[in-house]
Design a protein around this ligand. Structure first.
Ligand code: FMN
Length: 198
């Protein structure tokens, strides 16, 4: 492969995928057909609880995040698992078609899952849009914007006596004076070499 970095030029957005009992931040979302009920493809890591949920639920919602989103939503849905916390306790949502959509978003699409494709690490779920609405006409947050601004968006107070290390790929913060050699980012899986002191 000559240069895989060309994939960084693919424009992606920032979304919260929700489904019954959970959900997570996703950037791997694409509209893959047009018409009255367009198809949406979304790729979910197999290690995420959301993947398990989508295999037993038949619907999901995609809430589109704006540049003005409260960063707490990114922290809650992107750096925690619904295996450990109830993400909806901290976040204002509205139930639409039985799914919680994020109030602090630009709008949403509710999709009915019609197919899925599994590979080693991810499942691509294909959903047909059955309901959608716009909450406000503001600028969406692109994944590129998140990457450029993640340090200020995720401002952290260093825990007393501990160093904060930021994952340069996804923004996850690890607290500790040293990162163990075998450490892998719990969100995106990259090794300790891709963390830097914040
Ligand atoms: C900026 C950003 C983008 C992400 N994009 C994806 C994605 O496209 N697909 C995915 O499965 N996880 C993605 N994640 C990771 C999940 O949001 C994260 O692992 C979450 O904690 C999983 O929660 P769960 O175990 O409740 O499903 C992303 C995280 C961040 C911060």
């Amino acid at each position: 492969m000559k240069n895989i970095n060309i994939t960084k030029k693919i424009t992606q957005g920032m979304y919260v995928l929700t489904t019954k009992n959970g959900g997570c931040i996703v950037d791997a979302v694409s509209q893959v057909s047009a018409g009255d009920n367009p198809l949406i493809a979304v790729s979910i890591m197999k290690k995420n609880y959301t993947n398990e949920l989508l295999k037993s639920n038949n619907k999901f919602a995609i809430s589109i995040l704006g540049k003005d989103v409260n960063p707490e939503i990114i922290k809650t849905f992107g750096f925690n698992s619904s295996r450990d916390i109830n993400k909806f306790e901290k976040t204002e949502t509205t139930k639409i078609e039985e799914i919680d959509v994020i109030n602090n978003s630009l709008g949403y699409m509710i999709c009915e899952i019609i197919d899925s494709i599994d590979n080693e690490t991810h499942t691509v779920f294909i959903g047909k849009i059955i309901e959608a609405d716009v909450f406000k006409e503001k600028e969406p947050m692109s994944y590129g914007y998140y990457q450029e601004h993640k340090e200020e968006l995720l401002k952290v107070n260093t825990e007393k006596g501990k160093t904060a290390w930021i994952c340069t790929v996804c923004g996850y913060i690890y607290y500790g004076d040293e990162i163990p050699d075998d450490f892998k980012c719990p969100v995106c899986g990259v090794p300790k070499e891709l963390f830097k002191i914040k």
